[in-house]
Ligand binder design. Structure first.
Ligand code: PLP
Length: 432
């Protein structure tokens, strides 16, 4: 007898906490039974019951080429035959570093790690080591992985520091973390006036994909860059989600087009960079990166860092996305999808707003695009959950929580997009 999703979920919960190895997979936000995925091909994932879904998660971003891209498969198979891991340097790590630096001109050097969490945590330590300061700033609604100092929400005022958002994080560990409202220039200025000369870095998701899809406004980003420069604070762009996804040069290239001379000081990458394998990176200007061990005093290391199979996968992926017209086509597909959603919502008389950049998109059941986290929380969650399940029933796999962005891959063909929009039309017309 073949296993069903429900049977697998029950069995999983006996041996794995909550039945999953990362919380959002458990469908807690939307209810229902998570689908256990057996395999994937192109734009589709297939669950344990053999049901096919058009996949708009793409492993939460990495699968920008779709699943099982032939050039990537070939590179991974070839690398695997040469050995899984050596714990010694390889030429492929240099090739990948060179490729990344070519695409991200704000960085002179880059170090490879194995997860976005690790990259963000290391960037934080580097910023503190390089500046000799302890305080860090993050914004409510941005996610930078689960390092202790970053699992924090705003305290009662700017003079007080944040509160841990997870048990097991001592208040002492987050006492140097200042949490600010996204897109709030006045509060940003106030925080710099109060703590600017003690701040090591400000970390931000410039196009935030962890509160669905919210852009930092150009005036906000302009002011943030000015203040960081004025106070000698490192501006850290967390591009784990947006890197090689919203544009070839990431979110920073989007802002560089809008703000003359704009560049962050340190950047953090993950997801697309590994093409679905455990690979992430952080990098910046030489003077900052030289602070890292073995050259400098900031310790950072990893047994599997720069893994030969993962780097082969990442390198093959990065080469594919540089082919002429790749991002133009991906951008157009993604735009077509969200425009289709918006038209279907208008037809059904349901308030919905959408946005997208490159191959990343968001939609809200609201009449205006949110600018910060509390506005995201105020969007219609019941309607989102209803829509999510109606879409799932029609073979469309969206992120199972309204706090998540969506992703289109190069493997999504016009008929996949049309089928998705038709599913949205039907789902939005159901009585809500
Ligand atoms: C996914 C994500 C992370 C964490 O990456 P992991 O590989 O899951 O540890 C960090 N920052 C952002 C912006 C992310 O989207």
């Amino acid at each position: 007898m073949t296993s069903t999703n429900a049977q697998l979920f029950e069995r999983a919960q006996r041996v794995i906490p909550g039945g999953v190895n990362s919380p959002v997979r458990a469908f807690k936000a939307v209810g229902g039974t998570p689908r256990f995925i057996a395999r994937a091909q192109g734009p589709y994932i297939f669950d344990a019951e053999g049901t096919r879904y058009i996949d708009y998660i793409g492993s939460w971003g990495p699968m920008i080429l779709g699943h099982g891209h032939p050039a990537v498969l070939e590179a991974v198979q070839k690398a695997a035959l040469d050995g899984f891991s050596f714990g010694a340097p390889t030429e492929r790590e240099i090739e990948l570093a060179e490729e990344i630096l070519k695409l991200v001109p704000s960085m002179d050097q880059v170090r490879l790690v194995s997860s976005g969490t690790e990259a963000a945590m290391s960037a934080l330590r580097l910023a503190r080591g390089a500046t000799g300061r302890n305080k860090i700033v993050k914004f409510e609604g941005c996610y930078h992985g689960h390092a202790d100092a970053l699992l924090v929400k705003a305290g009662s005022g700017l003079a007080t520091f944040g509160n841990p958002t997870s048990a097991g994080v001592p208040e002492d560990v987050v006492k140097h973390t200042v949490v600010l409202e996204y897109n709030h220039i006045g509060q940003l200025e106030e925080a710099f006036a109060l703590h600017g000369s003690d701040m090591a870095c400000v970390m931000i998701e410039a196009i935030c994909g962890n509160m669905n899809f919210v852009r930092a406004s150009v005036p906000f980003m302009t002011r943030l860059r000015e203040l960081c420069t004025q106070y000698g604070v490192l501006l850290v762009f967390d591009e784990v989600m947006t890197g090689f996804r919203v544009a070839l040069g990431g979110a920073q290239s989007v802002y560089a087009k809008l703000i003359p001379g704009f560049a962050p000081d340190v950047s953090v990458f993950g997801k697309v960079i590994g093409g679905g394998m455990p690979l992430a990176a952080f990098g910046g200007r030489r003077a900052v990166m030289e602070q890292l061990a073995p050259q400098g005093p900031v310790y950072q290391a990893g047994t599997l860092s720069g893994n030969p199979v993962a780097t082969a996968c990442g390198l093959a992926t990065l080469r594919e996305i540089q082919k002429p017209g790749f991002f133009e086509a991906l951008t157009a597909s993604t735009r077509q999808l969200v425009d289709g959603f918006a038209a279907a919502a208008a037809e059904a008389g349901v308030p919905m707003v959408t946005d997208s950049e490159g191959g990343m998109f968001g939609f809200f059941f609201a009449s205006q695009l949110p600018q910060q986290y509390t506005q995201v929380l105020a969007t219609d969650k019941a309607r989102f959950n209803h829509f999510f399940h109606a879409m799932l029933d029609r073979g469309v796999y969206l992120a199972p929580a309204l706090y998540e962005a969506g992703f289109v891959s190069a493997a999504h063909r016009p008929d996949d997009l049309a089928a998705t929009i038709e599913a949205a039309r039907q789902s939005l017309k159901l009585a809500l």
